[in-house]
Structures are given as C-alpha cells and as structure tokens.
Design a protein around this ligand. Sequence first.
Ligand SMILES: Nc1ncnc2c1ncn2[C@@H]1O[C@H](COP(=O)(O)OP(=O)(O)OP(=O)(O)O)[C@@H](O)[C@H]1O
Ligand SMILES: [Mg+2]
Length: 394
Amino acid sequence: MTDLMISAEGLSKRFGAVRALDKVNFQVNRGEIVGFLGPNGAGKSTTMRILTCFISPSLGQAKVHGHDVFDEPLEVRKKIGYLPQRAPLYTDMNAYEYLQFAAGVRGLDASTFKSRLRKVVEVCGLAQALGKDIQTLSHGYRQRVGLAQALIHDPPILILDEPTSDLDPNEKAEVIRYIKEIGKDRTILLSTHNLAEVEEACARAIIVSKGRVVADGPLDEIRGKSGRSRYTVVFNEKANGKSGAPPTATEVQDALAELDEAKGVRELPTDEREHKFELTSPEDTDLRPDIFSLAVDKGWTMLELRRDTQSLDAVFRELTRGDEKLDRGERWARASDDNDDDDFDDEDDEDDDQDDQDEDEGPDEPEDDEPEEDEAEEEDDDDDDDDDDDKEKD
Ligand SMILES: Nc1ncnc2c1ncn2[C@@H]1O[C@H](COP(=O)(O)OP(=O)(O)OP(=O)(O)O)[C@@H](O)[C@H]1O
Ligand SMILES: [Mg+2]
C-alpha cells in the first residue's frame, strides 16, 4: 500500500474576486503530523475544506488515501476525521449523545460504537464530560468532544483546523498532548497560529501565504530558510571597560553595528545589570569571534554569547510578510510581483489564461443539492459567510 495519504496538485480556489488558493501543491505521507501554517486569510481552511469535500477546487486535484476528493467523496470521508475551525457541535445534546450521533452518521453499528467510544473517551480525556450537555462544557472540553467526533470512526487521517484556538494555555497543552497521542498511529494535518505547538507536535510544516505554499519541509530546514543566523550577546553594565567606565547601551549598539556583516542590531529588554543585544548575520558567516574580540578590545565583560539559526517565528514572519495587508482580489491582476523576490516561489506565473478560464466558471452558485450527512453534522449553522460554498459541492 502506498504511503501517500494526502496529495494536493495545483489546487486553486477563487471566491468571486478573491483568489483564496493559487496552485497549491503538497503531499503528506503516512504517519506524519504536519503543521499547516499561515497568516489569517492565507488559505488554510480553504485547503482543508477542499480536502474534506466541503468545497470543490476551481482548478487542480486533491487525493486522500488515493481517492479523488471530487469524484469519490464518500471514500474520502471514510478515511478522514475533520475538526472544522468553528466546530458547530450540537449544543442541545450531551457529549455521549453527540458522539453516538456522529457514529451513526458514519454508519458505525452499536457494538463498534461502544468499543470506539471507550477508546476515544480515553484518548481525548472525556470520561468526566460524557454525560454533560455540550453547552455547559468549557471551550477546551468542547474541543475534546470535537476531536472525539473526528476520531469516532477510526480514520487513518485527521484534518484539524486550529483545534487549540481560544483555549487557555493549560487546555492548549492538553489538546496538543492528545493530538500527539492520536498521531502515533495516524496522519495529521494540523493548522494553528501557535508556532510553539508546531515545534512541539510536528516534525514538518507547510507554510502558506497569499494562497501559495511558501515553505514546506522539516522544521530545521524551514528555520534555515531565512539564510541568517541570529546572535544574542550580553555585556555586564556595571563592570568598567578599558576606557575606565562601564559601557553605555549606545556604545555597545554602535560597536556591534560596525562589525562586518552585522545587521539588525537591537537592544533586548533585560534587568539593570546587563546590556542584552540581538543581531543577525548571513548564515555562512560566524560573528562570534568578532564579537569576542570586540569585548576584549574594549575590556567589556561578556556574560553570554549565543548563535542560533533563526527561530521558526522569525522565518514565518519573513516568509509571510505583508500578507495580512494584501487585498488579493485587487492585487491578483498584478500577478505575483510580491513573490518574485523570494526563493520559494513556484516557477510559473504565466497563468493569465488560467485566470480567465477561472473567471468563466462564474461565481460559486449554490446548487440545489442537499449537503451530505457529514456536512450537516460538522458544519451547519454558525457561519453565514460560509454558507455559499458549503452548498457548492455537487
Ligand atoms: N466562503 C467564502 N466566500 C468568500 N471568500 C472566502 C470564503 N471562504 C474563504 N474566503 C476567502 O479566502 C481567503 C482564504 O481564507 P481561509 O479561510 O482559507 O484562510 P485561513 O488561512 O484559514 O485564515 P484564518 O487563519 O483566519 O483561519 C480569505 O481571503 C477569505 O476571506
Ligand atoms: Mg482558517
């Protein structure tokens, strides 16, 4: 059996004038927990909704467990557990009834439901919550019920759209713990804005920005994408230097900025006994000897010197810079100017023809089809602006 669990090939999605996805390509293999990152509006939920058959792509193809999401949605749904970004949950049921309902929708018989229930209650820590009305549960517990719902039919693949958003730090940590547990024998695509969670749960991340994949790989590789190293250096603010006086912050700042290849020198907050600075250099340069020599020359007491690759956070900001300000609907006509200056761009931008063709599809008109059972269950009520596209899939 193949190890390829999810594949997206040239996925594009347009909502009227807004191009939500532009030729997104990626693959996820069996057993991976992949972080799916990007600023607000980058296209994460849109991708996930395509993969879970809630909406269809304007162009491109997606397969889940070898089944095409457009041609074989029922097969896809059997293989996938999905926690939507705003899980509706039926709040007038208790957690047990809701999970029973979710199992029924997926065609589980009573005895399979019983044994699966035992398992998901254990994995998601739901024993205390099972008899309680969902509307009385805390947000964290609701998310656990949402996870349990996604797991009830024992799918090999999970698509989790911001499962920890709005949770307090303790609940976040719990949910991530459950996800790691669940991920031991499953493939998971996990979207989140919390990069620490990605560091904790995922070995690999895909970063999307403006509807495009801008980075995809092991976290170490992504951290290295910025091509820069980051240094933290701390000097004692009280000890006298060679000049006979302790260094001032400006002196330190100016001296560091004068080093060859040093960039972005800035002071970091610290207590009154230290000057703490951060700076960067190209990755293939090592400024540590220069910083050390500087300290010796000046007679400054160095308390700390550290060199790291850039943090995931810094790389994320660099790769997705400007995304949040972009009105993609209007900017689209100007194609991909923004992306031409980065290394992660897709090779082709000759898609004017394709754009026209896309537009010819017209707006995403609702068809008169009934949403399938799962849709009614997972994504039904609370989200007016999503209604259009929920109905578009035929
Ligand atoms: N049903 C819809 N109708 C119109 N535009 C939509 C619809 N769904 C998404 N969009 C637009 O598509 C773009 C991508 O949205 P999407 O929800 O996929 O982003 P996201 O990466 O999940 O963001 P967030 O982090 O805020 O959840 C946005 O510009 C959004 O406004
Ligand atoms: Mg989203």
